[in-house]
Ligand binder design. Structure first.
Ligand SMILES: [Zn+2]
Length: 266
């Protein structure tokens, strides 16, 4: 009886409300704690200070400046980046190693910040919860699965955070990411050159970038779209946007000089 009651409350709380800002913040913090326990995170204070300064300079000018924006470097040679709700952004060391200039990393951060600001993971979770509601409701009516229903919902939410985004979500993150970097006074040209590098590497060494392509469907048309937007910016304005900095080069050199990344856990 008690178990049925738990499932009932859960089912109604899912019907009744979407994920609030408060829940998003708490959930994101919990995910970040788990991720930081499971992935090797670069602990060097100087490189962490720099990536947080760069990330904050972009994030604080978005419509969600109050998130607990925190930027981490995952100590992996493979190319990848992802973000979890609440403002926790992760970039692989292997991606940073492939950048030549500040605006290329800024473009990746702007895109990931865009996913968070537009709540793409949160929306996927809400959708997944609605899909799971049928199961939850069946449990309530039959009393068959008891507290297992709660477990199912939590698993579904966890899966949704790391699921591949839809093409629409990627395009939106591209657009929002573009605006994010320009607003911060950084050139969007780095988004295009980074896309070019990733597409080129997919042709030559696909295994190193498969993680990125698994979660960020990227085709040539996304590059064309970004190039078209860059072409709309007046040349005088474009030339005033920052492409690189001494601090970025110092950051990149220091990151490259750290001991090699640990072997990936399989
Ligand atoms: Zn993306």
């Amino acid at each position: 009886m008690r178990r049925t009651f738990t499932a009932l409350v859960l089912a109604f709380s899912v019907v009744g409300c979407s994920i609030s800002r408060q829940q998003e913040a708490e959930m994101g913090r919990d995910y970040a704690i788990q991720i930081n326990q499971q992935l090797p995170i670069v602990q060097d204070a100087e490189v962490n200070r720099y990536i947080n300064l760069l990330g904050d300079s972009i994030a604080r000018l978005t419509s969600a400046p109050d998130h607990n924006w925190t930027f981490f470097i995952v100590d992996s040679p493979e190319v990848n980046a992802f973000a979890v709700p609440g403002g926790y952004v992760y970039v692989n060391r292997g991606l940073i190693a492939r950048t030549d200039r500040m605006d290329e990393l800024a473009g990746v951060l702007g895109h990931e910040i865009g996913h968070v600001v537009e709540r793409h993971s949160v929306e996927q979770m809400e959708k997944a919860q609605r899909a799971e509601l049928g199961i939850g409701l069946a449990c309530v009516l039959t009393g068959a699965c008891g507290s297992q229903a709660a477990g199912t919902l939590i698993n579904v939410a966890g899966t949704a955070v790391f699921a591949k985004f839809s093409r629409e979500a990627e395009l939106e993150a591209d657009d929002v990411g573009f605006d994010n970097v320009v607003r911060a006074g950084i050139s969007p040209q780095g988004i295009a050159t980074m896309f070019q590098k990733l597409l080129e590497e997919r042709r030559t060494r696909p295994s190193a970038v498969e993680g990125w392509f698994a979660t960020h469907p990227l085709e040539e048309d996304r590059l064309v779209r970004i190039q078209a937007r860059i072409a709309q910016i007046p040349a005088a304005q474009l030339s005033r946007l920052a492409r690189d900095s001494q601090n970025y080069q110092t950051f990149r050199r220091r990151l490259n000089s750290l001991p090699p990344s640990p072997a990936p856990r399989r």
